[in-house]
Ligand binder design. Sequence first.
Ligand code: UGA
Length: 443
Amino acid sequence: MVEAERMRVCVIGTGYLGATTAACLSEMGFEVIGLDVDEDKIDMLRSGRVPFYEPGLDELLAENLKTGRLHFTTDFAEAADFADLHLICVGTPQRDDSGAADLRYVNSAVECLAPHLKRPTVVVGRSTVPVGTAATLAARLAALAPAGEEAELGWSPEFLREGFGVEDTLRPNRIVIGTNSPRVEKAVRALWQQQVDEGTPFLVTDLQTAELVKVSANAFLATKISFINAMAEVSEVAGADVIQLAEALSYDDRIGGKFLGPGLGFGGGCLPKDIRAFMARADELGVEPALSFLREVDAINQRRRARTIDIARQLIGGNFAGRTVTVLGAAFKPNSDDIRDSPALDVAATIASLGAHVTVYDPQALERAREAHPELNYATSMLDAARDADVVLLLTEWAEFREANPEELASVVAQKRIVDGRNALDPTFWRASGWTYRALGRQ
Ligand code: UGA
């Protein structure tokens, strides 16, 4: 392996994780080649356009293309020739036929790359995979690569949050590398030397532990969200207020306030599919009961969507047919245009299927939403979306919605009724403007 400052890195996969990783590593001074099998994506990235919305990434991409340290390709031979370290950053979505992870893209990355690895090379997986995957891939890599055992594979999960991808990559809260190879460890240490020097914890584990760190972190986060949402269910019937409850819990620093935000629950391309893949893997390993609580976590999360729809239905008198409904938010969370398993869009589509005329507005995700749900109506501003609404649902807590002016919104709607699916608004303030305000877990 060459010295850190001259190490050349290939990032395989240029989605949220890969494109962000490639631009950030280049920003850190490495020479980077980003590889994807999707030619359109590579063309866009080459011309300085990011194929999705991630704050700060456009600028970083443009700057680093200019430095000449960042390139893109669709050619595995070119990437293998160029790089000393390959990072696998492809997606592992949920399979169509079960809750398990679809490993076709990670398998294909190894199979396409390996035949070109003629010199000693380190390959590090960053994608989220079921425990046991990395060991299988390591064997496959060594079998297919002309370099044989000198083509070594480790696993180093990423923990970046969409919307904060640049920050989380440049300043990770920990680096975990699963490997028993000193060469792999050295390469990964060199990659993050700057961060480690600044205090980022660096943990070396076996392959299985590294894989498990990622899925158990996401399982924990999902559990925490569903825990507070379960408390919201109880609060509603018991006459309590889940926002005050969450605040009171948060002062116990063993519990903490993060990811204790009650509301419509989690969505996105990670938490939902990761807990399902984790359960599927536990089942295969014969330890299904160990994770059966995750089934409940998933069920609580789904019930939040149904409950949100119920509250809106009650507000308009029990029937959606022929009513005008406004949905604020389509992305699975603010500061993202990702609509994968978006609770907001799911709710919008269900309400439309019940006969309402649903208009959706989102600051960034409109295009993707329209593609996925052409049956819904879309507006290009909050006020346009809210025109003549019988009820407004706030389902993704973009700053624009949090800061919405109740008087201004009141001037366009037919009825001043709002369902705050994210507990993002101040009920007193909205009620003072004459709105009927409802939220999950509150009276
Ligand atoms: C998540 C993890 O937070 C990252 O650490 C991880 O690296 C990433 O998945 C991944 O596996 O790649 P992300 O999917 O970007 O990141 O989104 P989060 O910020 O975790 O939010 C997930 C969902 O939970 C969102 O729908 C959000 O609205 C919801 N949420 C979050 C709540 O409902 N309540 C909360 O208190 C917090």
